[in-house]
Ligand binder design. Structure first.
Ligand SMILES: NC(=O)C1=CN([C@@H]2O[C@H](COP(=O)(O)OP(=O)(O)OC[C@H]3O[C@@H](n4cnc5c(N)ncnc54)[C@H](OP(=O)(O)O)[C@@H]3O)[C@@H](O)[C@H]2O)C=CC1
Ligand SMILES: CC(C)=CCC/C(C)=C/CC/C(C)=C/C=O
Length: 317
């Protein structure tokens, strides 16, 4: 199947499909089928990460769909992310090679520094001090970035970028890099619209990729009384106006702002529903209305890591 997914151009001339499949929390036993279904439906962009613990299973789906002749490697855009325990520069290339081996790929389309925060190096992805707080490493993301430039130059990835960086961290990176990041992947939805960080990145020619666009209802730390974005009455009403579901309105909101968007689902009907967003546009007044829902409602606050010198959420944007 062919979906009419627009491409967004990076400053370096490379392109990224504006819409892709998220895989955080997709269980190893479910994600292979989900990625196969997504590729059959027409998705060509898959968002992965080592820390999601399912890259081998994502890789099985990619291998199958290439072997079946449904897609070629070149048709796909695969992103992965360097986890916080691999920030020491000499760990970057081995970490990327492990991800490539798990995903059955010879190169990535995009490799991101997952967080500016560095954790103590070692086998434990969430190293802890005796009091339960995260054990940080002194690795500086500027040095990590130099190693990211190294794996780019070796052809192990076509593009490099960052995730969860604030404006000051991006400014510092821009002053100290040879290759600029192509994207900053950040949490973005109507309760956290990221207007200032989005405008800042646009000015620097850095594309925003919006994560948790549906409000991440399956996040492990969700509490029963937390507001549920997908059940917001104002979005349900807007959906009626456009004859679309709340999920489709939420995803179109990102596209119409020029963001790349990566909703996660392991449910075939939802994977299809989420991709049925290329036949309408939100009116500017409705985008402004959705913008007005902002309540600084951060869903992925990285609670516990506030003590890192590189914690990104201590300043407004
Ligand atoms: N860089 C970073 O630090 C981060 C990156 N990400 C990336 O962004 C992706 C998306 O964010 P994520 O936090 O997963 O959350 P999303 O906002 O994409 O929400 C996913 C949840 O919504 C459900 N869902 C999906 N489609 C629909 C629909 N049409 N109707 C109702 N429910 C629906 C899914 O259920 P089900 O699967 O059961 O169908 C799942 O529970 C991640 O998977 C990951 O790839 C996310 C967080 C942090
Ligand atoms: C230990 C628990 C409850 C969850 C860990 C999930 C995780 C990968 C946290 C890192 C931050 C995050 C939301 C990353 C998503 O890409």
């Amino acid at each position: 199947m062919v979906l009419n997914v627009p491409n967004v151009k990076f400053y370096n001339g490379n392109t990224i499909p504006q819409f892709g499949l998220g895989t955080w929390k997709s269980k190893p036993g479910e994600v292979t089928q989900a990625v196969k279904d997504a590729i059959d439906i027409g998705y060509r962009h898959i968002d992965c990460a080592h820390v999601y613990g399912n890259e081998k299973e994502v890789g099985e789906a990619i291998k199958t769909k290439i072997a079946e002749g449904v897609v070629t490697r070149k048709d796909l855009f695969v992103t992965s992310k360097l986890w916080n325990t691999f920030h020491q520069p000499d760990l970057v290339e081995p970490a990327l090679k492990k991800t490539l081996s798990d995903l059955n790929l010879e190169y990535l389309d995009l490799y991101l520094i997952h967080w500016p925060i560095a954790y103590k190096e070692g086998d434990d992805l969430f190293p802890k001090n005796s009091d339960g707080s995260p054990e940080f490493s002194n690795a500086d993301y500027i040095d990590t970035w130099k190693a990211m430039e190294g794996v780019l130059n070796k052809g192990l990835t076509k593009n490099i970028g960052v995730s969860n960086f604030n404006s000051e961290q991006i400014n510092r990176l821009l002053k100290n890099c040879t290759v600029k990041p192509v994207t900053n992947q950040i949490e973005c939805h109507p309760y956290l619209t990221q207007k200032k960080l989005s405008a800042f990145c646009k000015e620097k020619d850095i594309v925003i990729t919006a994560y948790s666009p549906l409000g991440s209802p399956d996040r492990p730390w969700a509490k029963p009384d937390d507001p549920k974005l997908l059940e917001d009455m104002k979005l349900l009403e807007l959906g009626k106006k456009y004859n679309k579901t709340p999920a489709q309105i939420l995803l179109r909101y990102q596209l119409d702002r020029g963001h790349v968007v990566i909703p996660k689902s392991v449910t075939k009907s939802r994977i299809a529903e989420n991709s049925n967003i290329f036949d309408f546009q939100l009116k500017p007044d409705d985008i402004a209305y959705i913008d007005s829902f902002d309540c600084n409602g951060r869903i992925c606050p990285m609670t516990g890591s506030e003590g890192s010198p590189y914690f990104p959420f201590a300043i407004p944007f």
